[in-house]
Structure formats: structure tokens, C-alpha cells
Design a protein around this ligand. Sequence first.
Ligand SMILES: [Zn+2]
Length: 236
Amino acid sequence: MSVKTSSGRTREENRKSLRRGQFGDTLVNRAGTVSKQASVLLKNNGRAPNIQQIVKHLLRLLGEDPDRSGLRETPERVAEALTFFTKGYQQDIDQLLNGALFPMEYDEMVIVRDIDFFSLCEHHLLPFFGKCHVGYIPNKRVVGLSKIPRVVDVFSRRLQVQERLTVQIAETLQTKLKPHGVGVVMEAQHLCMMMRGVEKQNTLAVTSEMLGVFRNQQQTRDEFLRLIRSGRSEVR
Ligand SMILES: [Zn+2]
């Protein structure tokens, strides 16, 4: 896997790991003390009421009055939004792909490119979003094309880092389809880089994962990279 980012990334990563070392995976509970329990709330079912309470408390900690008219419905809306942004935790890949794999004697490259994705960075709970390009070379079976964006969605709708997201998509397709190889390239903008830290507005983080023939055969990899870039006005 290769990661290309603008300069400043390393500095940011360093700061991130420092902060994580200081505070761990903790959130603040209702009494204002730090609770490890709170960090797993997002993964629980029936979690929305708890998230609402935490958001209300967060608004107070930020110096706001959660009871003023503009904010009264905010905890409920934030809880709903966060639940949607992390719905991937509740989705099952086998169920998703069930009935969507077809035997087929086709061994040319299949590419689904420019798949829009939206995710939340696990370091700041801020969005990162962009395009995902997926290619694979079938080995006697193919997957319904519409399922590929769904797989991207299942892993995007979680707390993520772009590098792991890219690997998870590639490895899932490699495991479930058993193709000759899989290539995944993701290009994303991170609000945590745009709004804070290095404040770079046009930085694109690019990650890729190449498996099987996409990793072993330069020609296959080059063909994939050429096809996902063809027709673009801008060279990235
Ligand atoms: Zn971040």
C-alpha cells in the first residue's frame, strides 16, 4: 500500500498519536468525568438516546445553552446523523453479497470507478470524502456491479482512517470473489486537514491497495491506473 499526502501530514500524524496517548479512547460522561463506556456507545443498538444526552452535554461544555431555540433539536439531529454515518457497523458483507455472485467465463479487467464515498476520520470525527476506484480480474465468477459501491459504503460508514478503509475494501473483495486480483485506489479530502492543523484546502490524500495480479504484474497495475484516469481533464 502506498500513501501520498501533502507535506505536513507526518507532523499531523505525530500530533494525533501524542493526543491519543494522553487521553486514550475516552469521552466525557454526564457527570463531567471521563468514561471509557462512552466510547463504545456508538457501536450499541438502541444508542440514539445516549448519544443525544452526550451531545447535549457537549454543547454545554462548548459554552452553549442547549435549551435555546436553535439548539433544542440539535442533539436529536446529531444522534440521527451519527447513527447514519456509522451504519456500516450494523451491515453484514455476506448478507450484502448473498445471491449477487455469478459464475462467468470472463477474465478481463472489471472496473467501477468514481464511486463517491463519505466517511468519518476516527481521530477527529470529521468527514473525509472523495472518489473510490475498484478493479478486479474475475476467476470464473463475477459480482453484480451495483454491489461494489455497496461494499465501499459498508466500510466507509464507520470511523475510519483512509489507509485502513482502502485495505478493507480490497481484502473483502479478494476474499469473497477469489479473483485473480483486486486493485483499489481512493482519493479524498479530509476536513480535519482543511479546517484545522495544516489548513491545506486543495490537498488530496491518495491511498491504494493492490492484491494478486494487481500487485505482481506491473502491466496489470498500469492498465488499471490508466483506465481509472482516462478521460480526466486533470492529472492527479
Ligand atoms: Zn482527522
